[in-house]
Design a protein around this ligand. Structure first.
Ligand SMILES: Nc1ncnc2c1ncn2[C@@H]1O[C@H](COP(=O)(O)OP(=O)(O)OP(=O)(O)O)[C@@H](O)[C@H]1O
Ligand SMILES: [Mg+2]
Length: 265
């Protein structure tokens, strides 16, 4: 694992030190009508690490992230964030748990009618009591860190797809969340821009040390930044795969993809 740089004392205090996972999904079952999506899915996301979820389209990766955000619930099972149960929680508790989460949705999901600055400032305006000077400082430093400060006054339609993804990342980071969920943060980007987004993700992670849960189709590139891999296929999840041992993971689906890639090398 890479050594962490520039960890401020404030950030060190904020982080918990126990070995308890940041996110736990326990025995989750989920069906939509007759379609079974999750069958006894178990996932444990270690604090401060980058966990990557891969799996074919329609496997239920976004649904899994929705459990964690409290936007959907498993039919049975439990979802715990920092030891607190998401499913079945009342609105007030959900809001308190959600305040620890940042999310970069599949697609950047920026507001088209707002500038990049305003998009990134919105969570601070809505959820904090910060002054406008403090908000400006936080937003601009986040935009600088992701190298899009020059686009602050532009609208989403006026910047490239890669810049939009970085703006979405800035918006997720601006409240200093302890956990960030990324749902395919590089969809629709060319390989060079994809690599750039993952470099940014690594850099912000090294700087802040948040818990990252990243859903991605970018196999094998995504394995480069993973501390741990989970494979969701055929309603079940294989958890805790080490990136160095991904070829040996007991997943015929992943083995098939890796074999296919070898042919093109
Ligand atoms: N609200 C819903 N109502 C009915 N079916 C749903 C709902 N949400 C998800 N599904 C179904 O559940 C399955 C899993 O969906 P999900 O969006 O989690 O897939 P995914 O793994 O994220 O796929 P992709 O990689 O294409 O994003 C899909 O077949 C989808 O149609
Ligand atoms: Mg999805």
């Amino acid at each position: 694992m890479a050594t962490r740089k520039n960890t401020t004392p404030e950030k060190t205090i904020r982080k918990k030190t126990t070995a308890e996972p940041a996110i736990v999904v326990e025995n989750a079952h989920k069906s939509f009508g007759r379609q079974v999506v999750h069958e006894d899915v178990n996932l444990s996301v270690p604090r401060g690490k980058k966990t990557v979820i891969v799996g074919p389209s329609g496997a239920g990766k976004s649904v899994l992230l929705k459990y964690i955000l409290g936007l959907d619930q498993p039919d049975s099972g439990r979802v715990l964030i920092e030891g607190r149960q998401m499913n079945g929680a009342d609105d007030q508790s959900l809001e308190a748990i959600r305040s620890q989460l940042g999310v970069v949705f599949q697609g950047a999901a920026l507001f088209d009618s707002r500038t990049i600055f305003d998009n990134v400032a919105l969570p601070l305006i809505e959820k904090t009591e910060l002054s406008s000077e403090e908000i400006e400082h936080k937003v601009m430093s986040q935009l600088k860190a992701l190298q899009i400060d020059e686009a602050a006054a532009k609208f989403p339609s006026q910047i490239s797809g890669g810049m939009q993804k970085r703006a979405a990342m800035a918006r997720a980071l601006v409240r200093d969340p302890q956990i960030i969920l990324f749902d395919e943060p590089t969809t629709g980007l060319d390989p060079e821009t994809q690599a750039n987004i993952y470099d940014m993700l690594e850099a912000t992670h090294e700087r802040i040390g948040y818990t990252a849960l990243i859903v991605s189709h970018d196999i094998p590139q995504i394995f480069r930044i993973a501390d741990r891999i989970a494979i969701l296929h055929n309603r079940t999840l294989i958890d805790g795969v080490e990136p160095g041992k991904v070829q040996n993971a007991p997943s015929p689906w992943l083995k098939g993809i890796l074999a296919e890639m070898k042919k093109w090398k």
